[in-house]
Structures are given as structure tokens and as C-alpha cells.
Design a protein around this ligand. Structure first.
Ligand SMILES: [Zn+2]
Length: 250
């Protein structure tokens, strides 16, 4: 599987000022694309990186927040040629659908809309994945684990505060993409911090971890330095994503 980071911004300030792009993730398997968390600018960056819209078969939203969903409607419109061609599957939490994140006139243009619930398995075309338990965030939000054809597993820890069960939920992931929004934890902010990441990775020990979705405190701490610190302290391979990072995971 190829993974392309269209954007690596997280949190309001970085997204609003576009200090990093905010386009989410492109997963390519057997020439089919699954687009994950299409934040603001996704359509623009798909064009910039010359990604064919025809290859996008699946859209997955981990939660409703705009940095994960803002371009959903324009993408559905683009994929389905303004609703004329029935195409694409959408996976999203019930809360996001109920709040009207997808405009009603576009609903009928998708082949399928599937509701994400905790601990369920789904097929996004050829790509099998499962949800984690409900994450601790101010929205209905799930982590995901993708089953790669090689037998390896790719985990995605979306926005969440730290909680002990995360260690169980992502146990056995060979690759891990982690939304590491904050360098230091802040009371009441439901995001992972550097200390949380260190604690999690010390237990999970993935073969490769990619940190992304950076807020301001992470940009100030320099994501590449933070990744280097984690790598050295834990003797694990940890890298920081940047806008446009393309990586092959097998
Ligand atoms: Zn969020």
C-alpha cells in the first residue's frame, strides 16, 4: 500500500492559517484509492499531486470535525460528476451523518453509505479495516486498523486524549499513523501529547510510526526533532510526516 499525506495540519490555529496543508490521507491499494479525513484543501491537493479522481473509490471520515471533513461534499460532487454517476462508498460515524455533514442532495449519488461503529469490520472495496473503541474526543470518533495484503496491519490513531485502552486497541499494528497534535498536554484538550505518544509506543512497538496532524506546539518543537527523540529514546523507527510525504507500506 502507498500512503500519501496530502496534509499534516491539526488543530484550529495551524489549519486556519494553513501553516501546514490539511488534506488528509490517500491510501492506494491495487490502484484503488481510499481517502481518509478530507480536510480543507483536499480537492486542491489532489489536483496538485495529480491524483485521478476516478481512482477514488472510498471516503472515510473518522469524525465530524472540519479539519477531517470540510471537503467531503465537493469530493462527492467531483467523484460522481455532480451526482450524475453513482459512485463511491462513504464510511462515517452516525453523529457526523446526523449533523448533516453530507448535503442531502448528494446522498443518493454514492453507491453506499456505511455507519462506523466501534469494533466493527468493514470492506472498502478490497481493503478490509476495523474500527477501534470510541476514542476520547469531543466528537464521535474512531481509530482504524487496516489489514494489508501482506498480513501486516496499519493502525491510525485519530484525534483522542490518552486512555489506557489505546494500548489494547492498537496492539499488533506493524505500522502506526498517529495524530500527535500537542507537544505538551493541556488540561481539557482531548489530544495526544509527546508524553502520551512515548508511553503508547513503548508498549505498542510498531515497526514504523508516522506522526502527523500537528498543532502549533508541535510545529514549534519541530516534528522531525520530536520524531528523532522518540526514535532514540525508544529505539524504534518513528518519522514525522510532512505535506506531500509518500511512503510505501507492505
Ligand atoms: Zn478532532
Amino acid at each position: 500500500m502507498e500512503v500519501l499525506f496530502l496534509g499534516t495540519a491539526g488543530a484550529r490555529y495551524v489549519v486556519a492559517r494553513q501553516l501546514r496543508a490539511s488534506g488528509g490521507l490517500v491510501l492506494v491499494l491495487n490502484d484503488e484509492i481510499t481517502l481518509l479525513d478530507p480536510g480543507p484543501g483536499t480537492l486542491v491537493y489532489l489536483s496538485k499531486y495529480k491524483i485521478s479522481l476516478n481512482k477514488i473509490k472510498n471516503l472515510i471520515l473518522t469524525h465530524k470535525h472540519l479539519d477531517h471533513s470540510a471537503d467531503l461534499n465537493i469530493l462527492v460532487d467531483a467523484l460522481t460528476e455532480g451526482g450524475l454517476k453513482k459512485k463511491g462508498r462513504l464510511f462515517l460515524p452516525e453523529e457526523a451523518l446526523k449533523e448533516g455533514i453530507l448535503l442531502p442532495y448528494l446522498k443518493g449519488s454514492l453507491l453506499e453509505i456505511q455507519i462506523l461503529r466501534e469494533h466493527q469490520e468493514y470492506m472498502a472495496g478490497n481493503l478490509r479495516f476495523r474500527t477501534s473503541c470510541l476514542l476520547v474526543h469531543n466528537a464521535e470518533n474512531y481509530g482504524l486498523v487496516f489489514y494489508l495484503p501482506s498480513g501486516n496491519k496499519l493502525g491510525l490513531i485519530s484525534d483522542t486524549a490518552y486512555f489506557e485502552e489505546l494500548k489494547k486497541e492498537f496492539e499488533g499494528c506493524d505500522f502506526l499513523i498517529m495524530n500527535l497534535v500537542r507537544y505538551e498536554a493541556k488540561e481539557g484538550v482531548l489530544h495526544l501529547s509527546f508524553k502520551d505518544a512515548k508511553d503508547l509506543l513503548a508498549t505498542l512497538k510498531p515497526k514504523l510510526t508516522i506522526i502527523t496532524h500537528f498543532g502549533m506546539t508541535m510545529l514549534q518543537a519541530k516534528p522531525s526533532s520530536v520524531a528523532k527523540n522518540l526514535s532514540e529514546e525508544l529505539s524504534l523507527k518513528v518519522i514525522a510526516a510532512f505535506d506531500g510525504l509518500k511512503i510505501s507500506l507492505s
